[in-house]
Design a protein around this ligand. Sequence first.
Ligand code: PGA
Ligand code: ZN
Length: 388
Amino acid sequence: MIKDILGFKIFNSRGEETILVKTITDKGSFYGSAPSGASVGKYEAATLNITTSLKILSKIKENFIGLREEDYEVLEELLIQLAGERFKNIGSHLGFALSSSFLKAATLNKPYKYFEDISFPYPIGNVVGGGAHGGGTDIQEFHLIPTRAKTIKEAIEMNIEGIKRIKEIFKSYDRFFGKNDENALISDFDDEKTLEIISRVARSLDLKIGVDIAASELWDPQKGKYVYKKLGKEATPGEQLDAIKELINKWNIYFVEDPFHEDDFKKFSELRKWKRRILICGDDLFATNIKRLKEGLKYDSCNSTIVKPNQIGNILLGMRYSEFAIKNDIKTVISHRSGETNDWIISDISLGLGNFVKTGVWGGERLSKLNRLIEIWDSIDKPKMVKN
Ligand code: PGA
Ligand code: ZN
């Protein structure tokens, strides 16, 4: 039974305030803390500041005290009701942190209680960055993806080896300038040179390459153009489509996230028609919202989606979104945010609900997710990687 719920104002990996929630039951204390985005889509759930979130928690917690923590879905449904439309009454920080602590209380920190078929997602590792996360490129993220790995540990290790090699190459040119919000490497090389270096490393380790263009951040609605500030270039939607096609062909890219802005379902589908084998993924486009994914299915915009529970408000809604995506043959990428805490709950929900899990490759708040997967792999009988 839930005895009390406490809230604390803490800091995330970017030094911004966030919330830590502690749910106390007769069986122990269970913690959840909330991430925050920097490139936040306009269709995401509402966010409230942390002082307000703590005040709201002290008002609503009476609704949960006395309820059975085993009834996880009951707790989450109640939270959804209290939260109102777009989580406006509660905000997604409190929503995520509360539901993370509820899920851990319900399962006693064991992720596999809910899923019979435990297969592990392939980690998509953000190795070089730019855009809203800081760095020399207009493209927000460059990824390594170890699709041939046999175990989760091997997969994580391949990405770590990859980032080390890229770092050495940047250093050899005297162009390594540190790490950004997601612990991805920063240099002042442009998009093309960065891809040249990454593809060299990817080939040497038999890894695939991904990019998150985060095109809503580049889109200027007044001009009707994508603005590449660092390159000093602008592109109409048609030119953007051509540029993305060229990028995919030239660098043999396997995963492309948000190549167009969050309202352009049609351009996504033109890209899909052009090449069906690669993963075209919607992040800001869908915002973990089933209604928006249905729109995407109508247009055949994507064959893959980012899943960020805090975009929709809480974990249960994030899991339902994943289930819906999987039923419709859309590959799921359970994702961290750029501002993170050590909460590993996204790893737990990626087991059975994720084809991929997207995080940084190193840094404590990223490794907390990856190390959680290693721990679970080593604790269960016959773990296996997911079939993609
Ligand atoms: P965000 O970026 O967490 O800063 O929104 C992550 C992403 O765009 O995938
Ligand atoms: Zn993204």
